[in-house]
Design a protein around this ligand. Structure first.
Ligand SMILES: [Zn+2]
Length: 428
């Protein structure tokens, strides 16, 4: 089966599930084992739950030298290959609805497994594709029409709900159905919470095992099966997650808010402060400084004001009058200036209020819709544990971050995935 080579390429960004080196290797070795053992493989492996041998939970009873690096993060596989699972079964072609054009020995692995979302964690759903020589069409092992045609043999066996880019297991499916009176965001938030609880419990288990001295100190990024071989990924800088549209919008609003706040503070200061006429004289001396405020108060008038001990705009406003050299309209020029500044200050204050309101609203919406805050909180708890472990000598690697695609790679379903109006047919 040559298609294993396809798995060697990292699938991130190409529409497939992103997963780390350890997961990819586990998929490849499992495929190889199935290809060579055929039906007998499934006699000793639960097709719904294929896990690495000597999995994580065996560590308590093991010699600590047996604990592998990133294999502890490998998620189970679900491998649906009907011609192996049901003796002598040949799947029907969904196109011509016959099975006599199909040679099961020619079945090939699909390009890559689908993400199979669950209530607490994800698995990966793998299958093979069959070619029908009758109509020259190919189809996947879990093709719905094909399974419908073979319903007399398959009904009740394949309890997975399929959509274009992903699949949902029975547990998650039933959970959503059972809570269908709740809003999609409420259901989603609970599912994300369950995923993060699962992560926390696995992380705690890991640190308990570390405490019990059951985990060998290994560098974080080592190859599966060879704890001395560092993977190339460890040399690469961590990719920054691309900000979501809301995050981008929030960042723009924060920037805007900053600018408005500075303008507002400047206007408040300007309104409450005063202008020194000597400063104005300096500015007016510079002929390039056109667009100065206080039009109508020229150099001679300003000098006159200073000579009469009226040094600032505030002094002039407080000037009781009585000096025929100081005309009342000069005071009005300054009053107009303060009126204008007040208008600008009020506008800035209103803009500031509006933008902070927008920010608060957006944050509320993001909290409601994007429960990554829950995940971030879980990640923080775990890094505190990691710090404690790091204090001990000869330390094993800290447990993975919750969203590290190379390691733990938590992938709760998106809101759209469990939205009854999208993707899956939830009404069945
Ligand atoms: Zn056909």
């Amino acid at each position: 089966m040559p298609s294993n080579a396809l798995l060697q390429q990292r699938s991130k960004g190409k529409g497939g599930p992103p997963f780390g080196v350890a997961q990819r290797r586990f998929i490849t070795t499992t495929r190889n084992a199935i290809s060579s053992q055929g039906q007998t493989f499934f006699a000793s492996h639960d097709w719904m739950n294929i896990k690495p041998k000597n999995g994580f939970n065996t560590c308590l009873a093991q010699d600590k030298s047996n604990i592998l690096g990133e294999a502890i993060y490998v998620k189970p596989l679900v491998v649906w290959i009907p011609h192996y699972l049901i003796p002598n079964h040949i799947p029907s072609c969904p196109n011509c609805e016959r099975c006599d054009g199909i040679d099961v020995n020619e079945a090939k692995w699909v390009k890559q497994p689908k993400v199979l979302f669950g209530l607490r964690s994800q698995r990966y759903l793998d299958t093979m594709s069959y070619k029908c020589h009758g109509c020259k069409k190919e189809f996947y092992g879990y093709n719905e029409r094909s399974m419908e045609l073979d319903a007399n043999k398959l009904t009740g066996l394949f309890n997975i709900h399929l959509s274009r880019g992903f699949a949902v297991d029975d547990e998650l499916y039933n959970y959503v159905i059972a809570h269908s009176l709740d809003s999609t965001s409420t259901i989603h938030r609970r599912v994300v919470q369950l995923h993060s609880d699962q992560y926390l419990s696995e992380a705690m288990y890991y640190y308990r095992a570390v405490d019990a001295d059951k985990v060998k100190a290994l560098p974080g990024n080592v190859a599966v099966g060879d704890g001395t071989q560092r993977t190339i990924d460890s040399m690469l800088p961590k990719a920054q997650a691309r900000p979501s549209r809301d995050e981008q919008h929030l960042s723009n609003l924060m920037h805007k808010c900053d600018v408005i706040k500075r303008r507002m503070e400047f206007k408040i200061e300007q309104y409450e402060g005063e202008v020194r006429f000597s400063d104005l004289l300096d500015k007016k001396a510079n002929r390039n400084n056109i667009h100065q405020p206080f039009k109508g108060l020229g150099k001679a008038k300003l000098e006159l004001l200073v000579q009469n001990n009226i040094f600032t705009t505030r002094d002039l406003l407080l000037f009781p009058g009585g000096n025929p050299a100081i005309l009342p309209q000069w005071k009005m020029i300054v009053q107009d200036y303060y009126e204008q500044v007040k208008v600008e200050r009020d506008r800035a204050m209103q803009d500031y209020e509006e933008v902070t309101l927008d920010i608060d609203m957006l944050k509320l919406v993001m909290e409601e819709e994007d429960p990554t805050a829950v995940l971030a909180e879980a990640a923080q708890q775990v890094s505190q544990e990691a710090e404690q472990v790091a204090e001990t000598t000869d330390k094993p690697p800290p447990f993975s971050q919750i969203n590290d695609t190379e390691k733990y790679n938590c992938r709760p379903p998106s809101k759209a995935t469990i939205d009854p109006s999208e993707g899956l047919d939830w009404s069945r």
